[in-house]
Ligand binder design. Structure first.
Ligand SMILES: Nc1ncnc2c1ncn2[C@@H]1O[C@H](COP(=O)(O)OP(=O)(O)O)[C@@H](O)[C@H]1O
Ligand SMILES: [Mg+2]
Length: 341
């Protein structure tokens, strides 16, 4: 039995991903995105059972996208992990928002597409604070927090520069504005966001990301040892949030026509969750990142987790057993996918 792994530039295997894929689905044959000739050949010569699409989720030109769709046509009878027909639903934040806005149980921030700066400034109904951002950047790049009308002019000017630069590598770049949700915790001291991993019909695991509130992008990299107890508290909160919202989180991924995604979620002051985006290339760590967890690998955080192992196991088992252990994580991911494909 063979599984096709189709990738392009700047994609690599996450730690234990390939091993667990093989354990579950058989031998892996690699193909390049858009290589139609080799695709036909491999299909003739192998007993291909499944296709794992792993295009670069951050960069895509129109030509690459078109080639990927033609390649998909050749493989259209096979079960797929992350059908590239729905690629833009993760590459462009507004595509996901558009689909989610039509599903009442999925809550998202209000958003608008900025086609023209002057018209947007005059007509927007978003109000402040808002974010103006590119639709397809990562780790908060190309995003500006706008608190008033002066900020808006400056922000749109900077965003325009980012836009023209990004357009050359990413054909689907757009400017969007998004209602800014107060996702702070601990009386405004920290910003918090969740990353939840969905495979097949189940949430596999998730974690909370805390950062200083002065920094509106909440990602794990910003852990400080003093945050310790709070770190466990919010992993526990993440466990509970997943239990409470399991089905709607899975629905958020399925509604985009996808089956293996990292989902970004924030929570307002009332505990209402908001879906922000899905990310197929969610980082779990790579083999050249530091064990035992790979991600996280920051020494202070690793030490803190090791010193508080029992506490983690007891209060946030999903985090401890399935996020920190990347072998278990990928074994479970592919087992879940096998059940539905
Ligand atoms: N509308 C929003 N309101 C408040 N915080 C936000 C909002 N959108 C994004 N953020 C913060 O920025 C982080 C990154 O946002 P995200 O939409 O996932 O974009 P990307 O990861 O592509 O930069 C989120 O995890 C969250 O902390
Ligand atoms: Mg994100």
């Amino acid at each position: 039995m063979t599984v096709l792994n189709i990738t392009n530039a700047n994609t690599r295997w996450r730690v234990f991903e390939k091993e667990k894929l093989c354990d579950t689905f058989g031998d892996v044959v690699n193909l390049q995105i858009g290589d139609l000739k080799s695709t036909k050949k491999v299909l003739q010569e192998n007993d291909v059972k499944i296709v794992f699409w792993r295009p670069n989720s951050d960069e895509m030109t129109f030509a690459e996208y078109e080639a990927m769709q033609s390649q998909r046509q050749i493989l259209s009878n096979l079960p797929m992990i992350n059908d590239p027909k729905n690629y833009l639903n993760t590459h462009c934040k507004e595509y996901a928002f558009d689909i989610w806005s039509k599903i009442s149980k999925i809550t998202i921030p209000k958003y608008e597409i900025i086609n023209n700066d002057a018209t947007f400034s005059k007509d927007t109904s978003l109000g402040f604070p808002m974010l103006v951002r590119l639709n397809n950047e990562v780790t908060g790049r190309g995003s500006y927090l706008i608190k008033n009308i002066q900020d808006l002019q400056r922000g749109l000017f900077k965003l325009n520069n980012d836009f023209h630069y990004a357009k050359s590598k990413k054909s689907f770049t757009k400017k969007i504005a998004v209602q800014f949700i107060d996702a702070t915790k601990e009386s405004g001291k920290y910003n918090m966001s969740y990353r939840v991993i969905v495979a097949g019909n189940k949430v596999v695991t998730g974690y909370a990301r805390l950062s200083e509130a002065t920094d509106w992008v909440a990602i794990t990299g910003k852990f400080k040892y003093e945050m310790g107890e709070l770190f466990i508290k919010y992993q526990e909160r993440c466990n509970n949030m997943i239990e409470k919202n399991h089905d709607v989180i899975v629905e958020a991924v399925h509604s985009l026509g996808l089956n293996l995604q990292g989902v970004d979620i924030i929570e307002d002051q009332k505990g209402q969750i908001y879906f922000l985006e899905c990310q197929p290339g969610f980082s779990t760590g790579y083999s050249d990142w530091a064990p035992p967890f790979y991600n996280p690998y920051y020494p202070d955080l690793v030490r803190f987790i090791q010193e508080n192992k029992e506490e983690f196991q007891k209060r946030c088992p999903m985090y401890y057993n399935k996020w920190l252990n990347k072998e278990t994580l990928f074994a479970e991911i592919f087992t879940n996918l096998k059940e539905i494909l």
